[in-house]
Design a protein. Structure first.
Length: 257
């Protein structure tokens, strides 16, 4: 059944909410919706105390390792970690307390999908796909076509998010995380067509993030996906300075499902 899943987005060691399409380290165009006065562990404890499982901690660029480790110490085994995950550090993050690791950019050297990189990450996890989440964050390319975007969503890869690519990747992971980067941080609503397609294509758990504003959007994801897709709401949440919905309302919504 559809449920709300929270996030901890880390940028330069702080918890932030960022407009996804502007996250380019080479420019000063970064648009930030919110910078939290609270440390990452505050949010990890908040999610733990409200039984909000399946939350993801994303390290957006360098300088976030300590902040991510702080989150894991606050809720060992309760959080997924992504951002800069490779075959060289995947096991280290699980040993540090991550429930699962999330990979994106490492799968796409020079913007091209690498099966050998996927195999290497899985091997580093002793072949345990229950510890692996594949992040197919994407951008729209024309009418109802989405391509995986990497490097903070600035580089469009050669992989279309489609039934074919989903089915090819499912044997290697336990779930998918899909940020609709064009919607991320804008609070202008979800990509309804993408949510609907994900529910048709995926046979393992999938979480959609991007544009979620309120309980109506949770209901919409539930309806569009037949309860198969989860929703992350970020910038609209009161704990991230948003006015769309409170964390408590999302917790209560989950408990009603």
């Amino acid at each position: 059944m559809t449920r709300f899943r929270p996030c901890i987005d880390l940028h330069a060691g702080q918890v932030k909410q960022i407009v996804g399409g502007t996250l380019d380290s080479a420019t000063s165009e970064l648009k930030t919706n919110f910078v939290s006065p609270h440390p990452p562990a505050y949010f990890a404890k908040l999610y733990r105390d409200n039984e909000l499982t399946g939350a993801h901690v994303i390290m957006l660029g360098p300088g976030n390792k300590e902040a991510a480790l702080e989150s894991l110490k606050a809720w060992p085994g309760g959080l997924q970690v992504g951002g800069g995950i490779t075959d060289g550090n995947a096991r280290e993050w699980v040993e540090a307390g991550a429930e699962k690791v999330i990979i994106t950019s490492y799968l796409f050297p020079n913007g091209k999908f690498s099966q050998s990189h996927l195999d290497a990450v899985l091997a580093a996890l002793d072949g345990d796909k229950s510890k692996l989440v594949i992040d197919l964050s994407c951008r729209r390319q024309g009418e109802d076509k989405w391509f995986v975007a990497m490097n903070k969503w600035q580089t469009i890869t050669d992989m279309e998010v489609s039934e074919e690519s989903i089915k090819a990747l499912e044997p290697y992971c336990s779930e998918f995380l899909i940020h609709a980067a064009d919607n991320e941080g804008l609070q202008k609503g979800i990509d309804e067509k993408l949510v609907q397609k994900l529910s048709e294509w995926c046979s393992i758990p999938v979480t959609y993030a991007g544009g979620g504003r309120n309980l109506d959007d949770l209901e919409a994801v539930k309806r569009l996906s037949g309860g198969k897709v989860d929703l992350t709401i970020g910038s609209a949440l009161d704990c991230f300075g948003g006015k769309g919905v409170t964390l408590q309302e999302c917790v209560d919504w989950n408990r009603r499902q």
